[in-house]
Design a protein around this ligand. Sequence first.
Ligand SMILES: *Cc1c(COP(=O)(O)O)cnc(C)c1O
Length: 343
Amino acid sequence: MRIVLELLKENIKSNVENIYKKAKKPIIAVVKANAYGMGSVEVSKVLDDSPYVKYFAVACVEEAVELREAKVKKPILVLGGILCQEDVEIITHYDIIPVISSDYQFEMIKDKNIDFHVKIDTGMGRLGLFDLTEDIAFHPNLKGILTHLASPLDKDYSFYQINKFKDILKSLKRKDLEIHLQSSAGLMYELDFTTSVRIGLAIYGEKPYDSFEVPIKPIYRLRAKVISLKAFKKGDKISYGGTYTLQKDAIIGVVSMGYADGIPKPLANKWYFDFNGNKLPIVGAITMDMAMFELPKDVNIKIGDYVDFVNEQNTFSMASKIVKTIPYELMCRIGKRVKRVVV
Ligand SMILES: *Cc1c(COP(=O)(O)O)cnc(C)c1O
């Protein structure tokens, strides 16, 4: 295999258990966007029997179908809901629960005996209804209600949203609904009126903020093969554009991982591959299928060895800070050619 994403089963399980212990309520495991690049089928299979996970959540109907075809059994929520008439037929056939965020969506399902959750926009400024109509509030197929925090680290704004949500729940006068609003960062709030939490990032072992109090571990080890080791001379240039010039004679290694596999091009000359705790600095432009490193003295490596782009010690969060983005984005970018393997 030229490149493989190893998924650490024990870490997935312990993360979920620790999140449950913190939240003290069941988890809706968010596995949208191919489980943040990790592999939604692989991750969902690990969690399908978990007593801590009650539902899976994905962004669109196509992602839910992929899980059902892979024989995932738990209920699946589609956060983006249905977009067209065809989606209505698909969710009926595959037993998928849409989140309804507009009258437009509600009209498509209201006479079809399809269970649904409804999303309220309490200040996220994205999807969701501002208020519930009687039609929706008393609909027999309404099974859950949710909202989403826009800035979970901002306590004032979050409580503004939480209180708005509570007001709607109060006027709703129903005791039978699944109620959820917290994502990973939202776990800092202890809320007694919700019945489940909607967690993505923390399941994968990335902290939503530095002082995150739940003990979690990265679930990934993204490794690629060293396919060339060659001695270059001082003054030689490496890769497209010649952005790196050797300051001394050195061995340059070529790794079979490029930006098509998810290594961001702006990390050139700023990140490293990890080889058994040794840092091999990435030098020269990152290309579509390959990236180069300069081999430090005293590191014993040979062609065919694997090096890690990220792992438990060298995380997506760390790499994402360097390129001024969030771990979510780097994770989602892991390419299609990367084989996902549960270990
Ligand atoms: C993606 C998403 C989540 C999960 O957020 P994390 O920060 O990854 O835990 C929860 N709720 C909604 C509506 C989402 O879109």
